[in-house]
Design a protein around this ligand. Sequence first.
Ligand code: MD6
Ligand code: FE
Length: 200
Amino acid sequence: MALKYLPGKLQDAEQRKLLDALRAVMEEAPLFTPTMPRSGKPMSVRMTNCGPLGWVTDRERGYRYQAMHPATGKPWPAIPEALLTLWREVAGYPADPEACLVNYYVGDARMGLHQDKDEEDFAAPVVSVSLGDSAIFRVGGLSRKDPTQALELTSGDVVVLGGEDRLAYHGIDRILPGTSALLPEGGRLNLTLRRVTKRG
Ligand code: MD6
Ligand code: FE
């Protein structure tokens, strides 16, 4: 398996139901502004997590997974059932995800080209779900210098990065404001489901 693009994977009604579940997640675990290791520069997206582990970053301790929200100190809420169902259908991996990173983009928020490599287990894919405004997703190869391709992700689209593409460089160039009515406040939510630890 490599990169799998599943356009329109989630129907309108499924998107609305998932959004309701995510509203509850963001109430319990508010979006926070992550900062870059060492420089402390704020990222332009805000984020939160659900699941036993969540991905966080700050100036002092850098990129990592931890069981608690950095501001509230509380455990992350559970991953919504609809996302576990999706993972079981598309991941091709015999264990459930441990982390779901929730990224919120508004205005000119973007995500620079990066690899998802803070996990111990690269045998499991990363499964990504887009909700709300469309975004220009860019994906390349295993070297930052490899050529890249742009893909417009719209609400309900799912991307699976697995196999030889598990460590492919990727990022979000920009969002396209006003392209979806799902979020009344505008912007885009992206969910990435991951395995963090090795099983057993
Ligand atoms: C985003 N996505 O779509 C950012 N990572 O907002 C990611 O960083 C990502 O889409 C790993 C696998 C799939 C992804
Ligand atoms: Fe990523």
